[in-house]
Design a protein. Structure first.
Length: 270
């Protein structure tokens, strides 16, 4: 293990408290285990397949997940999507995908499944450390939509991919711009969730609740009473029995109508 500042390792400790490694190759899993042990990892559980990995996620609630992209009874992208769309406490845990198959299409596939980082084999201890450091010390906003659930894809930090879809510096210039961007994204996700409601009702409702919370927080920060009232109407509808696309259409429509007139026609997100 290369030399690392103990103060940095201390900052990584919460993420490495419980580690889930998913890899059907015993040698590769053992190598990864030894490296994360050297970083100070606490409990480490190794599983060879997606079904066993999901069971382990229930049992140990991992703080971080390392997964091979594919193998016998393992599809890393499927595992990531299943974890993100589950009701487990660890559904937002960082996921680092490790594979020798590092093409632009596989990296984009990993990103779109909700993976935080992508690590190409063969890798060094320093390479792995950098990925862990990224997820621990450079947290990304969470996106709760219908078509996508996971960390903000606009800040995907894979060191292997530098295409035009990678926007590491895609950040608002100031606080006001950040709030405007957050409001815009919430509105877009609401529109998308309503449009795709019948595809996945449970995830659509979860996405709508998340955006309602975001918009309520923004309304309080900027003292926007009109927005607060509109969000309140949506919250009442969500709390009034099982929500349906029909019951949610009016309160969401009222919120979408509050988008600034100067904006182009709202695109659906997620």
């Amino acid at each position: 293990m290369f030399a690392v500042d103990p103060r940095v390792l201390a900052k990584l400790a919460p993420v490495l408290r419980r580690v889930l490694i998913v890899d059907p190759n015993p040698h590769a899993a053992r190598l990864l285990t030894e490296i994360v042990k050297g970083m100070g990892a606490g409990e480490i559980v190794v599983e060879p397949s997606e079904p066993r990995a999901m069971k382990a996620a229930v049992d140990i609630e991992p703080c971080i997940v390392f997964t091979e992209r594919n193998g016998d009874n393992l599809d890393g992208e499927s595992l990531a999507r299943a974890l993100r769309r589950s009701s487990l406490a660890c559904r937002r845990a960082p996921i680092i995908m490790v594979t020798a198959d590092a093409t632009a299409s596989t990296i984009i596939g990993a990103r779109d499944s909700g993976v935080h980082e992508f690590l190409r084999k063969p890798f060094t201890s320093a390479d792995l450390f950098k990925r862990v450091e990224n997820v621990a010390l450079k947290p990304r906003d969470w996106v709760e939509a219908v078509g996508y659930v996971g960390p903000d894809r606009r800040r995907f930090n894979s060191g292997e991919y530098s295409g035009d879809r990678k926007r590491k510096a895609d950040k608002p210039a100031n606080g006001a711009a950040a709030m405007a961007a957050a409001k815009d994204q919430a509105m877009r996700i609401l529109a998308s969730a309503l449009d795709q409601f019948h595809n996945d009702p449970m995830q659509a409702v979860r996405a709508i609740r998340e955006q309602a919370a975001t918009l309520k927080s923004l309304a309080m920060k900027v003292s926007d009473s009109r927005l607060a009232v509109a969000v309140g109407a949506l919250e009442v509808t969500l709390a009034s029995g099982p929500p349906t696309k029909e019951t949610l259409a009016a309160p969401i429509g009222a919120l979408l109508a509050m988008a600034q007139p100067a904006e182009p026609r709202m695109q659906k997100a997620g």
